[in-house]
Write a protein that binds this ligand. Sequence first.
Ligand SMILES: C[C@H](O)[C@H](O)[C@H]1CNC2=NC(N)=NC(=O)C2=N1
Length: 220
Amino acid sequence: MPSASLRSLGFALAHRALARARLVSASTSSRARARAPSSASSSSSSSLGSATRLPRASPSPPTRARAMSGDANGAAELAAMSCKALGACSKDTPRLAADEIATRLASLGPTWTLDPAGLAIKRAFVAKNWRCAIDFVNALSDVAESEVRPIHWSPYDRVGVVNAGHHPDVAVRNYREVEVVCSTHAAGGLTLHDFVLAAKVDALPVTYSPKWARENGLAP
Ligand SMILES: C[C@H](O)[C@H](O)[C@H]1CNC2=NC(N)=NC(=O)C2=N1
């Protein structure tokens, strides 16, 4: 075969190979594009995802520790109860009479006191340090919220939560002095909810200031 025709044949083959290579790379990239979601669609799917994602239910209450109580049976009975079972607090939630308050108070730990007006119970202690104080408050927060129950409502079957918990007033002063006050705000005084919460608070682990623990008869 003459050299000129060989050369033109070579060019033709090279050209065809080049065209094929271009064709293959074009189809590969279009397939790749089809697989990867576009930035718009991915953002819309993630935004849809975030629209249906709702806050997780509160974590389960902390594991029980040694219940610190004056009357173990009374405290165990209270701690086994649940504010959810008692129902959400309202102005109609019955307030306890003075004698039942005294009985329930005796079954709690020794550091609970009744306020002079008889409308709240208070527990105060000194933690070992700030971190121990805040760890206790965080665990307390889980207990207060542990009565949260999920509800479903249409039409998108979104899941929400009704906060049927029972919440104490909490203060941390002088970086480690913790104060917990239980009272039923909706009823304007002490109800069974408050003693149930207090018994659960007594079951929480606490790292006390060693000096305070010795002075209050709570040294291990
Ligand atoms: C609907 C829900 O049960 C009420 O808002 C709860 C929330 N936590 C509460 N906590 C306390 N301590 N008193 C209340 O009256 C109260 N009400």
